[in-house]
Ligand binder design. Sequence first.
Ligand code: 4GX
Length: 243
Amino acid sequence: MPLRIDILTLFPEMFQPVLGTSIPKRAADKGLVSYHLTNVRDFATDAHKSVDDRPFGGGPGMVMMCPVVFDAVAAAEAQDPRPARRILLSPQGRVFDQRLAEELAREQRLLLIAGHYEGFDERIIEGLRPMEVSIGDYVLSGGELAAMVVIDAVVRLLPGVLGHQDGAADETFADGLLEFPQYTRPREFRGMPIPEVLLGGNHAAIAKWRLQQRKERTRQRRPDLWRAYLDKQQQQQQTAREP
Ligand code: 4GX
């Protein structure tokens, strides 16, 4: 069964350009994933089609209301018997990373809730118990772009989505190091040559140079990743020594 992804949003039209392009589209065309958009506003019951209201206690902005969100989740979930892993995009959430992408790629069904406005009525989180996920420490105007980031990172990990060529195996974060620099034609551009080692055809030397580059770049640019890499290496050596 393909992965089913439900998206609950007030702006379903934002998703078509992304899900209908490149890898997310290719994955759906191959039958490896399906996308299902639910417009939360369709579940508004009053004449004005309200989905948000002013916060109790006062303050700026509007808050997404419980009834529409609960009804939208129930309607989406009833479309398929498989239980969905519920995810709500929010700066309060667990910070999204490659490890979480890999975890989500093993699910059968995801349901993403993308909110606009200042936030959700807290009882949405209390009652629906979604996993709160943040794509980083900055403020977006809505959860839609965050949902698309999560979907893109997950879908490209599904078996069969990427060709063997652009396989997800040996790239950044698979082993915790940044990538090595790449070059293509021409051999010299505006006075800038390419590293000599890449022209020699000595594959062992090239592999060694690339690993060196990856380590050096990670150490200089991402000391946090470099620390984690060193710790992991040390752990592996420890395990290898155990009887
Ligand atoms: N990573 N936003 C969600 C509305 C909101 C506020 C509070 C729930 C609780 C974001 C991020 C993000 C802005 C999306 C506020 N929803 N989402 N939105 N960073 O900034 O995921």
